[in-house]
Design a protein around this ligand. Structure first.
Ligand SMILES: Nc1ncnc2c1ncn2[C@@H]1O[C@H](COP(=O)(O)OP(=O)(O)OP(=O)(O)O)[C@@H](O)[C@H]1O
Ligand SMILES: [Mg+2]
Length: 129
């Protein structure tokens, strides 16, 4: 995804703390989740003059691996946030509404979770393993 992000002049940062952080998971499936989240983030910052996307890997306060994808796009209305993980729910003209429902399935297969926190200018998707 890095070249696609670079093409669009997006301020993109990845940080992993601690750097030794390791996740035992299905790499192909987790990659699918990260691609879905990054595609959504790319679409969310599309028309911004200062587009920003960040990815972080860390450990939460209960010792679980936490991966977060953040963008500074318009955000998701609270009443919409409840629906975004439902299969085929989309607000996009050419969207299929598959990305997040598939991501939630994949997280369930890992006995993990996916959550969103969003307000205008800051949307954060959190994966916990
Ligand atoms: N980062 C985000 N910022 C704003 N809205 C988002 C973001 N991520 C998801 N959404 C909202 O959640 C909806 C569902 O996302 P999902 O990825 O499942 O489907 P989609 O992106 O519409 O279509 P697809 O991923 O199948 O191409 C989106 O249509 C959009 O309304
Ligand atoms: Mg999507």
């Amino acid at each position: 995804m890095e070249s696609r992000i670079a093409d669009k002049k997006i301020d993109f940062n990845i940080s992993i703390d601690p750097p030794s952080l390791e996740l035992t998971a299905d790499p192909g499936l987790v990659e699918q989740v990260l691609i879905n989240l990054l595609l959504n983030a790319l679409q969310a910052v599309e028309n911004l003059s200062n587009p920003q996307i960040n990815m972080t890997g860390s450990m939460d306060d209960r010792g679980r691996i936490l991966i977060q994808v953040m963008d500074n796009g318009p955000g998701i209305l609270e009443e919409v946030q409840e629906k975004i993980f439902i299969p085929f729910f989309t607000t996009k003209k050419e969207g299929s509404g598959i990305g997040l429902s598939l991501s939630r399935q994949i997280m369930r297969l890992h006995r993990g979770s996916i959550n969103v926190q969003s307000k205008p200018g800051e949307t954060v998707f959190s994966l916990r393993f």
